[in-house]
Design a protein around this ligand. Sequence first.
Ligand code: NAD
Length: 357
Amino acid sequence: METKRIAVIRGDGIGPEIVTQAVAVLERAADRFGLSLAFDEAEMGGCAIDRCGQSLPEASLQTCLRADAVLLGAVGGPRWDGVPKENRPESALLRLRSALGLYANLRPARLMPQLADASPLAPAVTARGVDFVVVRELIGGIYFGEHRTETVDGQPVATDVMRYSRGEIERIARTAFETARRRRKHVTSVDKSNVLDCSRLWRATVDAVAAAYPDVTVRHMLVDNCAMQIVRDPSQFDVVLTENMFGDILSDEASMVTGSIGILPSASLGAGSRGLYEPIHGSAPDIAGTDAADPIGTILSAAMLLRYSLDAPEAADAVEAAVAAVLDQGFRTADICPAGQTPVGCAELGRRIADAV
Ligand code: NAD
């Protein structure tokens, strides 16, 4: 049996606590489904700055480049806020994504029935179901265009360039259509084509790519309308495809609809099967070391790793079912624990989920 190598970046703050639980769940899933996994530790973030002065040491980058998948906790914290920008823990993450060629960010937003009360939306709205994925372009657009500040007529003027090529749009559109094929087969492509040239190219390119996916329906929506529709009726979405900046904003809005930042996973994918899997939250320095962190976002990221990089959908299903089963039994960490109930710690919740796999 071929051994799959997983680079493990524990990172800072709650990172080590939550990753320990996710690795234990992966080991259990590997046992049950006959997978052979090897875990290679890679240091990145503030801990790496403390040890060797570099937020992304070359050895860690090489470990990730050799791996079939990368599992990441979170990096950063106030201790390293004074570090020069190019060596900040967060810029290590941007460099890693770019070195791995990860152009597609997948963020599922699913309101688990057990946590329906955690959503800030009215019960009448969430009763129709919330289960969609934002597919965001990750390494193009305005975040990667030219940034310039100059003085014009005696005052500062700033310019940020939004730029997309047809090829960049085609590849992310294909990711969205492939994702839709594994789900309810409906893509909503989000743009601002009433104003932006980039969006007009986006729309035309998405329509061209759609021709190869006759089994998937596609519609176009302006980004301002989409922001409104996500809170008005999230049940209408299956796959939301959009460019980098719109996706940054919409995916945070989508995550709030599901109630807790601690339970949401994400995957960043490129051309091959290698991906980077991480919870959507940060290193939560305010609760680090207290065993209060919710490991579910990282464990569900591990489920995405099984599905997308290791092609082990049964194992992914089993991990997701184990999370649901433990929530059904009433166990929760403090972030999602209703008033009056006693929360369990990160380690206990992780152990219960691993046992349920
Ligand atoms: P954060 O997501 O770390 O925390 C926001 C709030 O949510 C905090 O109150 C925290 O306790 C809580 N929270 C987050 N994850 C939780 C979990 N799993 N269980 C329970 N509660 C949880 O955001 P922040 O405070 O703005 O950032 C802290 C640090 O993390 C910063 O240095 C930031 O740059 C970094 N960060 C890293 C990443 C990443 O590694 N991908 C992402 C975002 C922020």
